[in-house]
Design a protein around this ligand. Structure first.
Ligand code: SF4
Length: 348
């Protein structure tokens, strides 16, 4: 199936760090509104630091479902805020910029998924959380990079899986579950443009520059296969390369005893890794791996969201009702990286 990868991406919007009063005003407004602020690991450090909770998609989805607040301010991209709304239809969910999309989620529409399902009757559809609400509504199970292996492993042997939309994560899941691509599991040919650009050559150069470093690679990265090849060839010890979700990276960071770790994912992740273990130097494999959509959530937009109560995320109730089952199964399955391991903003 052909994908609909966007041909252009927004420009990363740069804002200088705000004055110290900014954080005080954000927190005061959040208290007045009975709002909880959630921030994804790829957000700007200053946004992560003002949030009540910081984490990966799965952790934030779990928190969104549990918090008692009337309002959720979601500092992340649109599909994440939609997922929060699906899980908490009675809460107001705000995103500081509703145009903060995702190049990976844009690679498949609900119509394309319906056509793919028609080609594989009886297959179980496993959708990565990086999808629109309409695509989730067409899916049987939802997953994140934290629990994709567990979710696919929960599908009985002999039942084919349609895995979408990320082909690199799909290949990683196929490897770990022993499913044969094209027979037991079919992969949508989608990719995130940020992780796609972290390729094998970039990783090989970083490893050559720092042969003493351990390596953490997000499974969405194009270099995931190269990382395994480097380990197989003995260029780097197999025990020093790990392909892990963002939640898994934090667990690895807390355990790390080496001097330096190279990290292949969006650069916002480094902020939480450095907070988790100040004794280790965490360097990006690619310092230009910046998600322009995540960086649309600027400090001034966070403040505007709280002052003006916008942008409110809406999901058609019928679509949300059909998507909720898949999302709730995602929450229930796999390794919990929920509020226990999500980091909590220090200020409140
Ligand atoms: S890093 Fe990639 S997958 Fe994540 S929000 Fe940005 S475009 Fe989407």
């Amino acid at each position: 199936m052909a994908t609909t990868r966007p041909t252009s991406f927004p420009v990363w919007i740069h804002e200088d760090d705000p004055a110290p009063e900014w954080a005080d005003e954000v927190r005061a407004l959040a208290r007045q509104r009975d709002a909880v602020i959630l921030a994804h690991n790829y957000q700007l450090p200053v946004v992560q630091d003002v949030a009540d909770h910081v984490g990966d998609s799965l952790a934030l989805a779990r928190i969104a479902a549990q918090v008692p607040n009337a309002e959720i301010v979601f500092c992340g991209v649109h599909f994440m805020a939609e997922t929060a709304k699906i899980l908490s239809p009675d809460k107001r969910v705000l995103i500081p910029d509703a145009a903060a999309g995702c190049s990976l989620a844009a690679t498949i529409s609900a119509d394309q998924l319906r056509a793919w399902k028609a080609e594989h009757p009886g297959a179980v559809v496993v959708a990565y959380v990086n999808t629109t609400a309409e695509v989730k509504a067409e899916s049987d199970l939802c997953c994140t990079s934290s629990n994709a292996v567990d979710v696919v492993a929960s599908v009985p042997d002999g039942t084919a899986v349609l895995f979408l939309p990320d082909r690199h994560l799909g290949a990683h899941v196929a490897r770990l579950t022993g499913r044969v691509v094209g027979r037991d599991i079919h992969l949508w040919d989608g990719q995130c443009h940020v992780h796609e650009d972290i390729g094998g050559e970039v990783l090989e150069q970083a490893v050559a520059d720092h042969p003493e470093a351990d390596v953490l690679v997000h499974p969405e990265c194009a270099c995931a296969t190269s990382a395994l090849a480097l380990a197989a060839s003995g260029t780097i010890g197999a025990d020093r390369v790990r392909i892990v979700s963002t939640g898994g990276m934090l667990d690895e960071a807390r355990r790390a005893t080496v001097d330096r770790v190279l990290v292949a994912t969006e650069v916002g992740m480094l902020h939480q890794l450095r907070r988790a273990n100040a004794g280790v130097r965490f360097d990006p494999v690619d310092p230009w791996a910046v998600c322009p959509y995540m960086k649309m959530i600027t400090p001034s937009r966070v403040l505007t969201a709280l002052r003006e109560g916008r942008d409110e995320v809406q999901v058609d109730p019928a679509v949300a009702a059909r998507a909720r089952g898949a999302v709730e199964r995602m929450i229930a399955l796999g390794s919990p990286t929920g509020p226990k391991t999500a980091t909590t903003g220090g200020a409140r």
